[in-house]
Structures are given as C-alpha cells and as structure tokens.
Design a protein around this ligand. Structure first.
Ligand code: GDP
Ligand code: MG
Length: 177
C-alpha cells in the first residue's frame, strides 16, 4: 500500500460517481487503505486517494477521486471529470432508485469526460443479498448494451473491490500500451 520512494511510470485518474450512500467512499477506503466503516460520514470537499500498484512491470499510481456530497444531478463539476481515464459508476443493489439513476450518471459522464474513458458499472452491497432490489441480470444487460464493464462488490466484505479497480486500471494500461 505504501507509495514511498517508488518510481512512478503512470498516474491514472479514476473518478467514482453515483447516488449518495451507495458506498463510493467505502469502496475507496477499502481499495486505498483496506478499511471499512459502517457509519461513514458524508464526504466533505473534493478529495482523492492514491494507491500505487504494479501492472506488467510498470508502477501505476491510481489516483481515485471521490465526490464531495455533490451527488445531486449536475452538481459534480467538470473539474472533477477533467483528465479522468477511468470511471466507476456505482449503485446500491438494495436501492432500485440508485440503479434507475445510472443512465443519467452515464450521460453526465459522457458529456464531461474523455470519449475513451474506461467505465465500470458497480452494484455495491452484494453482502445484503436478502435485501436485493436489482437483479444481477438487469445490470449485466444494461452494461452490455452500453459497453461497460460490470461487477457486483461488497466494500464491507471486501468482495470484488480489488477486481473492480484492477479491471479499470489494466484496461486503461492496455489502451496506453
Ligand atoms: P457514498 O455516499 O456513496 O460515499 O456512500 P458511503 O461510502 O458513505 O456508504 C454509505 C453507507 O453504506 C455507510 O453506512 C456504509 O457503511 C454503507 N456501506 C458501504 N458499502 C457497503 C457494503 O458493501 N455493504 C454494506 N452492507 N454497507 C455498505
Ligand atoms: Mg461519500
């Protein structure tokens, strides 16, 4: 997890977007610090966290941006998207509305971000299977139609969080190489 004294070959900016309370900040905490909190406060101020990893013998610094409680439609500014090479579009599998808002987020992303941005759709809170409101198949179908990667994750149980980031980062890497 440490970045100290490391030669960096690439910096990849990746943005997290999606409705409030879907788990964006906890997904980031899990990836960047291997932490999770059940009572995470709403994020204040735009911020990012980094983690450096190795992809095909190159060191890649992932710079992951988290929204600052600006999840209302159109409140995320274009500065947030600027320079982003990847995006994680997150909904909560137990809240249908957060999935129904995904097309809006995608539209916003496509209007602000680079057209070659790598996008993964993420259905978070897969540990709450008994409260599931979004069938996996619905999301998979949507992702295929829109040309997005797709995974269900649990920041709580640490399921697929690493895979989700690695999917985006290795795809960005392969586009650049
Ligand atoms: P954000 O507004 O999208 O950044 O959402 P947060 O990361 O702040 O998470 C909102 C709430 O959902 C918090 O109470 C988290 O602890 C909880 N949460 C986040 N990820 C998960 C998960 O994978 N499973 C469960 N059960 N709860 C989660
Ligand atoms: Mg947050």
């Amino acid at each position: 997890y440490g970045d100290a004294n490391q030669k960096i070959d690439y910096v990849f900016k990746v943005v997290l977007i999606g409705d409030s309370a879907v788990g964006k900040s906890q997904i980031l905490a899990r990836f960047a610090r291997n932490e999770f909190s059940l009572d995470s406060k709403a994020t204040i101020g735009v911020e990012f966290q980094t983690r450096t990893l190795v992809i095909q013998h190159k060191s890649v610094k992932a710079q992951i941006w988290d929204t600052a409680g600006q999840e209302r439609y159109r409140a995320v500014t274009s500065a947030y998207y600027r320079g982003a090479l990847g995006a994680m579009l997150v909904y909560d599998i137990t809240k249908r509305q957060t999935f129904d808002h995904i097309p809006r987020w995608l539209e916003e992303l496509r209007s602000h971000a680079d057209k070659n941005i790598v996008i993964i759709l993420i259905g978070n809170k897969s540990d709450l299977e008994d409260q599931r409101a979004v069938p996996t198949e619905d999301a998979k179908e949507f992702a295929e139609k829109e040309g997005l990667f797709f995974l269900e994750t649990s920041a709580l149980e640490s399921t697929n969080v690493e895979s989700a980031f690695m999917t985006v980062l290795t795809e960005i890497f392969s586009i650049m190489n």
